[in-house]
Design a protein around this ligand. Structure first.
Ligand code: ADP
Ligand code: MG
Length: 371
């Protein structure tokens, strides 16, 4: 199936073509047609499956077709996402896909001065991309009104719940008109998420993209059984072996991430760490450097890395094992995105064996060992 066959309008097709998207991903193929008919969607798909375009394209297209007539430009679409990094990424997508339309978007997230965000809002935006805290802040100060919202997206709903945003989401929902389109996306569907989706969706089209197709097929997974004290040496040699390739290293803790950065630095390998103790600007700079290839190695904690979209990331290394098997799937999902192949290496010490067994149960394979 092609994008043309999904009846996407010319200005968006042109932008997709520039992005070198050849054909829609499975979730785009399934979600775009009903979403363009203003149906509610419940999309359950792992990271890297192309969810952003699955909701952004129908929203841009609907807004483009029914342009607002009045003088004021009210917010007509709201995208809620849990982290600043994700909000920025979604904004980049809207910027690309809406390039040849007159659909305007704005971005609000916490941790930075609110004034530039307010200035942008005053000029009028059709689509607002926001994290919950800052959004509620701006609503209470009277800078944001949501009573004209026609399309609402809840992105990474399970992550929202993990991060304790459930009450914030409910407060935002109360500000939205009853009649609207809701597009709901989550990587997993635990009972509280299923309950939330049920309460906010009207006759949704349910789309499930099974993890098998998005994880196992495009990502080669290997495990190294290694003594704890030998992990440093192994990491350095794996990173060196990768030569010029970008490498994302995961650490369970913030201190661990900083320690790994120091180990690599001593070995003469430039790297940057991103985690919650770093300022928003520092995190964004590190990410930009990593994406552009200026920094070859980035070390991240799970919260900082969740959902990050990095093009051409051939290698992910788990310096330690996550205690929640689901997190492993999210970590390795940073590589092998959109059909590209990737490799995920996990360093497992004796005391982490039980976590590895849980992970293998989750991914349904015995991860092959390299030593
Ligand atoms: P998700 O939100 O499901 O984690 P994203 O929307 O971030 O996934 O998309 C993952 C990556 O795939 C991005 O780099 C995006 O540009 C790319 N992508 C999305 N759709 C397509 C497509 N149809 N063809 C090629 N690449 C795509
Ligand atoms: Mg996403």
């Amino acid at each position: 199936m092609t994008f043309q066959e999904l009846n996407i309008i010319e200005p968006i097709l042109k932008a997709l073509d520039e992005k070198k998207y050849i054909k829609p991903t499975p979730i785009q193929e399934k979600a775009i047609p009903p979403a363009m008919e203003c149906r509610d969607i419940l999309g359950c798909a792992q990271t890297g499956t192309g969810k952003t375009a699955a909701f952004a394209i129908p929203i841009i297209q609907q807004l483009y077709k029914q342009q607002h007539q009045g003088k004021q430009r009210p917010i007509r679409a709201l995208v809620l996402t849990p982290t600043r990094e994700l909000a920025i990424q979604i904004e980049e997508c809207f910027r690309h896909y809406a390039k040849y339309t007159n659909v305007k978007h704005g971005l609000v997230f916490g941790g930075v001065n609110q004034n530039p965000q307010i200035e942008k809002l005053k000029k009028g935006v059709d689509v607002l991309i926001a994290t919950p805290g800052r959004l509620l802040d701006l609503i209470s100060q009277g800078f944001v009104k949501l009573d004209a919202v026609e399309h609402f997206v809840l992105d990474e709903a399970d992550r929202m719940l993990d991060m304790g945003f459930i009450h914030d989401i409910k407060r935002v929902l109360m500000k939205l008109p009853k009649k609207k389109q809701t597009l709901f996306f989550s990587a997993t569907m635990p009972p509280p998420i299923a309950a939330l989706s049920k309460s906010i969706l009207y006759k949704p089209i349910r789309i499930d993209i099974t993890p098998e197709s998005s994880v196992v097929e495009t990502i080669e997974q290997f495990v190294y059984y290694v003594e704890k004290e030998d992990k440093r040496k192994l990491l350095v040699s794996l990173v060196k072996e990768a030569q010029k390739d970008s490498v994302l290293v995961f650490s369970r803790t913030k201190h661990g991430a900083d320690r790994i950065a120091r180990i690599l630095c001593r070995a003469g390998i430039g790297s940057e760490a991103i985690h919650g103790n770093k300022s928003q600007t520092a995190r964004q700079n590190a990410l930009t450097n990593f994406k552009s290839g200026k920094t070859r190695v980035m070390i991240a904690t799970d919260i900082a890395a969740r959902g990050l979209d990095i093009q051409d990331l051939p290698l992910v290394i788990n310096y330690d094992l996550p205690d929640v098997p689901e997190t492993y799937v999210h970590r390795i999902g940073r590589t092998g995105r959109a059909g590209k192949t990737g490799k995920a290496l996990t360093l497992c010490s004796q005391d982490e064996m039980s976590m590895l067994l849980d992970i293998q149960k989750k991914v349904g394979i015995t991860i092959p060992a390299l030593c």
